[in-house]
Design a binder for this molecule. Structure first.
Ligand SMILES: Nc1ncnc2c1ncn2[C@@H]1O[C@H](COP(=O)(O)OP(=O)(O)OP(=O)(O)O)[C@@H](O)[C@H]1O
Ligand SMILES: [Mg+2]
Length: 228
């Protein structure tokens, strides 16, 4: 029996620009089941990043309900939300967002520091994760000493640091050539096979093909529900 891990219920989000409210999401409802591999697509400005940020607790909805792994996000305090993000979600972005003064190993350890993982376990886990993404021989490299694909692998290892059940990716292959992009998507697919729930945004239909379900957004609304 499937079980929803993310429930988005009639979410609205507007941004205030001066005195004017710019609607980014206009009543989005959807359920994502545990272990699903979901791709969000839609034109630029349709609200994809906003939806990911709201689901990820990085941005607050103006209206609506949101449940992530049984917790009602809207009712959480800032601290509780930060903890939920740390435990439940890994984030991967287009521009990797690595800390440039930290080595690959230190970047992967960073979320574990926030989660109070002991120094020894941090080192151990970070090393294993970097091996897992094929970078066992690059642990002491700084981001500037790595290729784009390698930096994104570090970002994936970092997203996995606290073993979250959900992985969220915004245009994670957008800056990579297609071969490197495919390699990243194969890695993500492997994680999904092991039970991780994946929600990612892409403009590239070839990357969308990796997903089990494609959801389309247009003007802040879902287009015809979803396509399986
Ligand atoms: N911080 C913000 N302040 C004001 N308006 C914003 C802000 N973030 C997003 N918007 C507006 O909300 C709408 C949705 O933006 P969003 O970034 O979610 O689109 P997107 O689908 O991710 O687009 P892209 O494919 O270009 O990344 C757009 O009209 C955008 O201008
Ligand atoms: Mg976006």
């Amino acid at each position: 029996m499937s079980e929803p891990i993310i429930v988005v219920d009639n979410i609205h989000k507007s941004y205030l620009m001066g005195k004017e409210a710019v609607p980014a999401l206009r009543g989005v409802s959807l359920e994502i089941q545990k272990g699903e591999f979901v791709c969000l697509m839609g034109p630029s400005g349709s609200g994809k990043t906003t939806l990911l940020n709201v689901v990820g607790g990085l941005d607050e909805p103006s209206r609506g309900h949101l449940i992530v792994d049984g917790q009602n996000l809207v009712s959480l305090s800032e601290n509780e939300l930060a903890r939920l993000r740390l435990d439940k979600m890994g984030f991967i972005f287009q521009n990797y967002n690595l800390l440039s003064n930290f080595t690959a190993q230190e970047n992967v350890e960073a979320p574990m520091v926030l989660a109070n993982v002991s120094r020894k376990e941090r080192k151990d886990r970070a090393h294993k994760l970097l091996e897992r993404v094929g970078l066992g021989d690059r642990t002491h490299h700084y981001p500037s000493e790595l290729s784009g694909g390698q930096q994104q692998r570090v970002a994936i290892a970092r997203a996995l640091a606290n073993n979250p059940p959900i992985l969220i990716g915004d245009e994670m292959t957008g800056d990579l050539d297609s071969e490197t992009g495919f390699a990243i998507m194969r890695l993500i697919t492997e994680l999904n096979t092991e039970g991780m729930t994946i929600v990612f945004v892409t403009h590239d239909p070839r990357m969308a093909e990796f997903a089990g379900r494609v959801i389309e957004l247009q003007d802040g609304k879902l287009l015809n529900g979803s396509i399986t």
